[in-house]
Design a protein around this ligand. Sequence first.
Ligand code: ZN
Length: 271
Amino acid sequence: MIIDTHCHLVSPKYGDMEEVRRNSIALGVGHCISQGTGPHDWEGTLELTTRWPDFVSSCLAVHPSDCTEASDEDFARMAELCRKHPQAAIGETGLDYFWDPPEGWSTEAYYARQRHLLELHFALAEELGLNISLHTRDKVNAGTACFDDAFAIARHFPKVRPVFHCFIGTQQQAESIFCELDGLISFTGLLTFKKTENVQAVAAWCPAERFMVETDAPFLSPDPYRGMVNIPGRTRYVVEKIAQLRACEPEEVAACTTANAKRFFRLPALD
Ligand SMILES: [Zn+2]
């Protein structure tokens, strides 16, 4: 069985969720971790886990792109939901220095708001004994400020293990995530695209106990379905691509990434 460790099943891009579930299971993906991103999808994410506990586990958080819309009161409400309902992790949160700030916000204030919220998420994860799903994105060719800032915050919470989702960084960054944060990285369908040799090389090299697989569905549909609405089932193509890069069988990649996901997201009920 393959586990999609990062998707967003509460999305206006989806119609018939039963069909999404059926098609995903048919592709060999028996479980997925649906990540909340803001007040608009928290309840819906929890409802999916109630409806299909065998197929969906949930994480709740404020995505950095929603950091100016979600108030501190919203965060407090989310924290209450996490205390009431068992969560697989806290996510998706993180830092995003790729997009410009919304109107009325200076770049400095916008980034500071993101960092403040990320610290709150780490503190909540620590309180609940959960790990955390992190998004980091720098401006293209503009250094690593976003990664470095997220890394510095993660360092203050040694009990919380982070996964740097949709990893596109360097081998050196991956090594510091493993060695200094006891963290993991996860790969999306991005590595099936052309001109992604750097991340393909990291996937070929990465120690087996340190990576997971994901779709980020409904986004980032892998080749040959690029540009279409993605579904958790297509994690299968991420697994197949990684197997090709590592010159091993897809079953081997599925087995190690599923074991890593069960540990990281504490999914013993799936055994
Ligand atoms: Zn995501």
